[in-house]
Structures are given as structure tokens and as C-alpha cells.
Design a protein around this ligand. Structure first.
Ligand code: ATP
Ligand code: MG
Length: 576
């Protein structure tokens, strides 16, 4: 579904001024000049992201502007993040954390989470950020899988860790933030260890290939995989943040993602700080009023969020947005799921800005395909590959397909932030390269004549109805255009006659009631927008769509429920 009629372009004077030209001439090698420590292959991302800025005129600039749901606020300069992370690196060393150890952070989005991640990089350990909403089983699965040595958590969340501790023989240390006086064996208090720790820390230089973080995928399609990334990722993280998110020195940037999801780690910690930019962190749930008030109060200029949040803001209506002064915003990006053209249209109307969609995965470590400020946007398209990234559409045998044909989205191996390992699972890693030497993303897409990429669906989600292949996204996008519909999830349901039929699960907006006539109206509405075979023959009204904690629709859960099959790993499911 191409909305060719609206094409927008944001004027740019800095950053990526001409995508197509830069793409043709680009070499990763040239990016190394930006970094201070690549010369003799001794690096540390923490030096480039924090320490470097803490010793220049950026030292008194805010790195972190933090607030939580209860209105508590704190600000940290680059210099104070350096100091705190140096101290915490000493704490980690003192308790015996060494290079290569896996240390998990099971924390709300409090400043210690950010300080902890920097400190772990400083000692060469591998950080594993976890969503604080995870239950004991989800925590256990991840710690067990990569044999974690330590966990940093709060006394509250530690209750969940205690439930599973006995099953984790390698877990030696628990560092408790905000703990009282009673500590069990193996537990230490963050505050008292920090009080004792020296402020002077000598950076542990590492090889660019040494590991930096491990993150388990969102679990949208199955059991989460332990994707492992190296310090070398900083090359891609730095440049994609600069050119896709368009960050500049004086920006106030807000990434709404939790570091438990790769977006929150790469673009909610490393990317902006590698660019020396001030960032806002809000530790709280989604709330329309709260979110708008943060933009107004902090004068956020660049905002990186996800379609699910944007759809909720859209549902809250134009009036909610008009109650706040959002004029500081100059650039908005979205990631994680397809961005419905309807949302882009709404963004233009309400924020006066085009929302720029971009595509990547936990495995790719940085944005791969994007809309850039200098490039006209075709709403519904993910945009064009980032300079240095070669993307193509292939068939099951690895043959490249011409523009317009649906196939597998594949990337040429070897960009700086490509995952280095699926933890301890070589076979799983090799599966990504099974079709050819190209990295198979598991997503279906097509490219148009202008070189723009269009997402069709997860390869597993694509519906085959009477010989036609239909991506659930295009049906969902048409559905959410209907006035009565707030959200929609679409699956293929086995059918003797057609192979599969399209079934839609829809959540109605406020003031709308389920009825047979509404059902017929919705069917007619979609029929008018899409090809005749692509309308949902079945529609079910539901209260909410099952989603991951990163806000992705879990179609496999809808399907399993529909067919009465086991739902599989639900560790990342957001409570409904
Ligand atoms: P799992 O691999 O465990 O099933 P996941 O794929 O959802 O989970 P992530 O790595 O967080 O885990 O998500 C990457 C996927 O998200 C992509 O493969 C793609 O399907 C989807 N995605 C990300 N950004 C976009 C986008 N802009 N448009 C469409 N889909 C997107
Ligand atoms: Mg995936």
C-alpha cells in the first residue's frame, strides 16, 4: 500500500546532506578518524562515550536529564557520569568482576542503570540489561543461558531473583541499589561500596572484538536469542545516531525505549553519548499527558519512539497534544514495527513534522534501513539502506529478486555492529547465513524502483490466501484507518478452501461498540482500500492486542490462541 501522494523532505544543512551520493562513496574506514582510541586496537566504548567528553569543554554539559513517575528529578554532567562510573568500575573490580564476565542489570530506568552499563564497559565485562517487569522465570532463563556471574538490582526486584537463585550456580554476586542494612550472603550494597570506592580508575582497554553487551531478542517470533555485541559496534552506533537520528551538539534528545530492548541500549545510551549529546530518561509507564509534559518541560528537540506509542498518542487525540507547547521538537523517528502511513499523516497534522521510520534488529546492532532528513519520505516505506550497508531482496535459494517482488530481506555480511555470537549457540548463529553468505533477517520485504525498501512482514507471519501472499501489516494499517479502530492484529487462519484466510483481531476506540454491522462496515472499508483478496474474512473484537514489552504485536500468540495451540515462550509478553 504505497501512499505515493505524500512525499516530504526536511531541509538539512548538517549531517547526511545527500544520502544517495554519500551511499555511493562511503567507506567505514573513514569513520575511525572520529575515535581517539582506534589507533593501536586498544579501545573502550566508555572512553569515547563518556570520559572523552568529561575532559573537554563538554564536561559541564548534562549527559543525563532524569525524572521518574513521582516527579523526582536529577541531572548528571558528563563529568559526573565519568566520576560515578569510575567509582563503580572500582566496586566491580573489588568484588571480582573481570573482563568477559556476564553481569545483568535488573533495574528500573534509574541513573544507576546507566552508570552501571558504563562501568561494566570500563572493566571489560558484558552487560545484560533486563526489563524490570520481567518475572523470575524470564530472569532465570537469561542468566542461566549465558552463565551470569553477577546481577545488579533493587531490594524489591531482588525478591524475584531470590526465587530462582538456587538454580543459578554461577551467580556469585548481587549488588543491591538502595538497600537497607540486612544483606544475605553474596549481596553487597551499592551505596556503601560506592562510599568506600576510590574515584580514580585506570581504563581497561580492550580489543574492538571483545564483547560489550548481550541482549535477548524481543521474543516476537519465538524463544528469545542471546545476541552478543562487541565494542567495535561503536562505529555504527556513532554514525547512525548522527545521520539517522540527526543528532547535533545542542540537541536535547529523548529515546523512550527501555534498555531491556536493544533500542534503549544502543540509542538510549551509547549512540547519543558517543555524539556527546544530552539525553532525557523518563522512568515510568506510557502516559499521554506525562509524555507531552516531558517534551514541553525539557524542551526535547529530537524524539525517538515506537509505532505503538505513536498510535496511543493518536488515540488520545489532537486536543491532548494542543494542551502542551511541543514547539521545541524538530525531528521525530520511529522503530520496532512498521509505521502506519496513517500515523505519519497524523504526525504532520499535529506535530507539524514528518515521523521518520527506520528498521533494524537486535542482531544488526544498529539502524540498517532508514528515512533520512534529506531524503523524501514515502509513508509506509522503511527508507533506504544506511551508507555502508548493502541490502537486497532474495528468494529461498539466495537469488536476488527484481524491484516489486516480495522476498527475504538480506544484508551483506560484515558491517561494524553485526552480532558476534548467539550466546553459546553456533548452529543458531549459522542459521542466519543458511541461504548464502548474506545475513538473512527473517523479514519479508520488497524494494521499489527508487531503491526504497517496504516491509511486508515477518517471514513466518506472511499470509498465503488463495495463492496471494499478504503481509499482516498492510491489512493492519488499513484497519487502523477506520474511525472505530484503535489497534489491530492480523493472522492467517488455516482454511480448507483458501489455504489460509485473513483473520483480524481489533480493539475499538473509545465510544465504539462491537456489532455485526460494524464488522461488515470494517470489511467493506478494507476491501475499498486493498486488493479484494486482502480483506479480513473474519473479525474478532478484543480488549487489547498481545504485545512484547517493546511494544510489538505478538501475532504468534493470537494465532496460537485461535488454533488452541501452545503459546510458547511468553517471557516478553506485556501484561494485558
Ligand atoms: P524475535 O527475534 O525474538 O522474534 P524480534 O525480532 O521482535 O524478536 P527485535 O530484534 O527487537 O526482536 O526486533 C527486530 C524486528 O522488529 C525486525 O526483524 C522487524 O520484524 C521488526 N521491525 C523493527 N523495525 C521495524 C520497522 N521500522 N518496520 C517494520 N518492522 C520493524
Ligand atoms: Mg527477530
Amino acid at each position: 500500500m504505497e501512499y505515493k501522494e505524500i512525499i516530504y523532505k526536511t531541509p538539512v544543512k548538517e549531517g547526511l546532506i545527500n544520502h544517495d551520493k554519500t551511499y555511493r562513496d562511503f567507506e567505514w574506514k573513514a569513520v575511525l578518524d572520529h575515535f581517539e582510541c582506534f589507533s593501536n586496537n586498544e579501545v573502550n566504548i566508555a572512553h569515547e562515550a563518556i570520559d572523552k567528553h568529561a575532559t573537554t569543554n563538554g564536561k559541564n554539559k548534562n549527559a543525563l536529564i532524569w525524572e521518574d513517575e513521582n516527579g523526582r528529578q536529577k541531572e548528571y554532567t558528563f563529568q559526573s557520569i565519568k566520576r560515578q562510573s569510575d567509582k563503580f568500575a572500582n566496586v566491580l573490580k573489588n568484588i571480582g568482576i573481570e573482563k568477559g564476565d556476564r553481569v545483568f542489570l535488573f533495574l528500573p530506568r534509574i541513573p544507576e542503570l546507566y552508570i552501571g552499563i558504563i562501568a561494566l564497559a570500563k572493566v571489560g565485562a558484558i552487560a545484560g540489561p533486563l526489563f524490570s517487569a520481567f518475572g523470575p522465570e524470564a530472569v532465570k532463563d537469561r542468566l542461566l543461558d549465558c552463565k551470569a556471574k553477577a546481577i545488579i538490582t533493587t531490594p524489591d526486584l531482588n525478591q524475584r531473583v531470590c526465587e530462582i537463585k538456587e538454580q543459578l550456580p554461577t551467580l556469585k554476586h548481587t549488588i543491591l541499589v538502595d538497600s537497607g542494612n540486612t544483606l544475605e550472603e553474596g549481596e553487597v550494597s551499592y551505596a556503601s561500596e560506592m562510599n568506600k570506592a576510590s574515584e580514580s580508575y585506570k581504563m581497561r582497554w580492550v580489543d574492538p572484538e571483545d564483547y560489550l553487551y548481550i541482549l535477548y531478542t524481543s521474543g516476537t517470533t519465538g524463544k528469545p536469542k542471546g545476541v552478543t555485541h562487541a565494542h567495535n559496534d561503536m562505529i555504527s552506533q556513532y554514525l547512525t545516531t548522527k545521520w539517522v537520528l540527526d543528532l547535533r551538539e545542542d540537541d536535547v534528545y529523548w529515546c523512550t525505549a527501555d534498555p531491556g530492548w536493544v533500542t534503549g541500549t544502543v540509542y538510549g545510551i551509547w549512540g547519543p553519548w558517543l555524539n556527546g549529546v544530552s539525553q532525557v530518561v523518563y522512568d515510568g509507564r506510557f502516559d499521554t499527558e506525562k509524555w507531552y509534559s516531558i517534551i514541553e518541560k525539557q524542551k526535547v528537540t529530537v524524539w525517538y519512539t515506537a509505532p505503538t506509542a505513536l498510535r496511543m498518542l493518536m488515540k488520545a487525540g489532537v486536543k491532548a497534544a494542543r494542551n502542551y507547547d511541543l514547539s521545541s521538537l524538530r525531528y521525530i523517528c520511529s522503530v520496532g514495527e512498521p509505521l502506519n502511513p496513517e500515523v505519519i499523516k497524523w504526525g504532520i497534522e499535529v506535530y507539524g513534522l514528518t515521523i521518520h521510520d527506520n528498521w533494524w534488529q537486535t542482531e544488526t546492532g544498529s539502524i540498517m534501513i532508514a528515512n533520512y532528513p534529506s531524503l523524501p519520505v514515502k509513508p509506509g516505506s522503511m527508507g533506504k539502506p544506511f551508507p555502508g550497508i548493502c541490502a537486497k531482496i532474495i528468494d529461498a535459494k539466495g537469488k536476488e529478486l527484481p524491484p516489486g517482488q516480495h522476498g527475504l530481506l538480506a544484508l551483506k555480511r560484515g558491517w561494524p555492529s553485526m552480532m558476534r555470537e548467539i550466546w553459546g549457540n553456533r548452529d543458531k548463529f549459522d542459521e542466519y547465513f543458511r541461504v548464502s553468505d548474506w545475513f538473512a533477517t527473517g523479514d519479508t520485504a520488497y524494494v521499489d524502483d527508487d531503491g526504497y525498501f517496504w516491509f511486508v512482514g515477518r517471514a513466518d507471519d506472511v499470509i498465503n490466501t488463495a495463492g496471494h501472499r499478504v503481509g499482516p501489516f498492510e491489512v493492519e494499517s488499513a484497519l487502523v484507518e477506520h474511525d472505530a479502530i484503535a489497534e489491530a492484529g492480523v493472522i492467517g487462519k488455516p482454511d480448507t478452501e483458501r489455504g489460509e484466510i485473513i483473520k483480524a483481531f481489533v480493539v475499538l476506540g473509545q465510544g465504539h461498540q462491537p456489532s455485526d454491522s460494524l464488522r461488515d462496515d470494517i470489511k467493506g472499508f478494507v476491501k475499498n482500500r486493498l486488493a479484494a483478496h486482502a480483506y479480513p474474512r473474519e473479525i474478532e473484537f478484543i480488549e487489547s492486542v498481545p504485545k512484547t514489552r517493546s511494544g510489538k504485536i505478538m501475532r504468534r500468540v493470537l494465532k496460537a490462541r485461535e488454533l488452541g495451540l501452545p503459546t510458547g515462550d511468553l517471557s516478553t509478553l506485556e501484561e494485558e
